[in-house]
Design a protein around this ligand. Structure first.
Ligand SMILES: NC(=O)c1ccc[n+]([C@@H]2O[C@H](COP(=O)([O-])OP(=O)(O)OC[C@H]3O[C@@H](n4cnc5c(N)ncnc54)[C@H](O)[C@@H]3O)[C@@H](O)[C@H]2O)c1
Length: 336
């Protein structure tokens, strides 16, 4: 198949090419640096499949352009699919596939890195040491052992994260509309969201972004949290009302904030903008807090995860080419 690969970085090119070669080079991969938008969708002309990533937008207009130009498959190289209008895809006959699990541990481990980095002030401590300042004032942390961690969403990543935190000696509370029996075996109790918010020292978000979870963490949710709570979001930026979080940081209601995702990240992340003036005032305000740690959507970014993403994406495409069905189609029942 001819595949137009949007938002390509050198690492995408190398992992996808390696996976295609290993499979006997069944597909022609056309790597495009452009992000998929209404303006760039036309670049897929001549392709039967499009491969897209988290900040590519497959809205109704983009999908209509695909349908007109003969694109029959949108193969996401991500687990999340909040950036696709699934109802329009179904209407227009464009199959949507994703990589449901590539390395849940990669994201879980990055979540833990953010907790440790924030708690022990690692970025600040390193900057001080490099500057010849070995004072400890302002670097006080707390023992994770014995603390309560709230996990919102106990899917593949949430449960991998919960297992690690249990290893630290934390108590884990969980909230998920679909309860995983494995959690009971691990001693993890399911509670309503309000109880999780009120009872956790650290809250970590691992549920998908959907209309139901948009701004799940807003001013009202923050008001229910313990004063000085640590909030971590490695899931999707839209789960958090960022201006509300900024107010809570200013008031000290949130004690630590770790973000790998940001609701307006599409115009920022994955690019080197170091020569540009930052136009996003909310993001700029976040960067002023010493107790905020931000990474640019890199939780997935391990060699194991990129290998699995490339292999599963190509397997989705090969299955679709052979049978008309991808291996991991985003079920149309998930349209909300
Ligand atoms: N930062 C990154 O690099 C990165 C990488 C991969 C995935 N992600 C994000 O992580 C999310 C989770 O991934 P996963 O593989 O664990 O998905 P998953 O589908 O295995 O698990 C998601 C869980 O969230 C639960 N859920 C749905 N609505 C909920 C709600 N309102 N409250 C609580 N739980 C709810 C679901 O029932 C499910 O158990 C993805 O949706 C994606 O947005 C981020």
């Amino acid at each position: 198949m001819q595949i137009a690969v949007f938002s390509t970085k050198p690492y995408d090119q190398s992992f996808l090419t390696a996976a295609n070669v290993a499979a006997g080079s069944p597909h022609a991969l056309h790597f495009l640096e452009a992000r998929l938008t209404a303006d760039t969708a036309v670049l897929a002309e001549g392709a039967q499949a499009v491969c897209a990533f988290v900040n590519d937008r497959a809205d109704a207009g983009v999908l209509a352009q695909f349908a007109r130009s003969g694109v029959r498959l949108l193969a996401l190289r991500s687990a999340g699919f909040n950036n696709v209008d699934l109802a329009a895809a179904r209407r227009l006959g464009v199959t949507v596939a994703r990589v449901p699990a590539y390395s849940p541990r990669a994201v879980a481990e990055h979540t833990v890195a953010m907790i440790l980095g924030l708690n022990r002030h690692i970025p600040r401590a390193h900057a001080r040491v490099r500057d010849g300042n070995f004072a400890l004032d302002g670097l006080l942390g707390f023992d994770l052992h014995g603390r309560t961690v709230g996990v919102v969403g106990t899917g593949r990543i949430g449960i991998a994260f919960a297992r690690i935190m249990l290893g630290f000696g934390c108590k884990v509370l969980a909230h998920d509309p679909v309860q995983d029996p494995a959690c009971a075996g691990l001693g993890i109790g399911y509670v309503p969201l309000d109880a999780l918010l009120a009872g956790s020292d650290i809250i970590s978000l691992h549920c998908p972004l959907s209309p139901a979870t948009h701004h799940l963490i807003d001013a009202a949710a923050i008001a229910r949290m313990r004063p000085g709570v640590m909030l971590i979001n490695t899931s999707r930026g839209g789960l958090v009302d960022t201006p509300a979080v900024v107010e809570a940081l200013k008031a000290g209601a949130i004690g630590h904030l770790g973000l790998d995702v940001y609701e307006e990240e599409a115009d920022l992340f994955f690019e080197d903008l170091s020569d540009h003036l930052l136009q996003d005032d909310v993001f700029a305000r976040l960067l002023t807090f010493p107790n905020v740690l931000i990474t640019g959507h890199q939780a997935f970014f391990t060699a194991e995860a990129l290998t699995a993403i490339a292999e599963t994406t190509l397997a989705n495409i090969s299955a679709f080419a052979a049978t008309g069905q991808a291996l991991h189609e985003v079920s149309t029942e998930r349209v909300v």
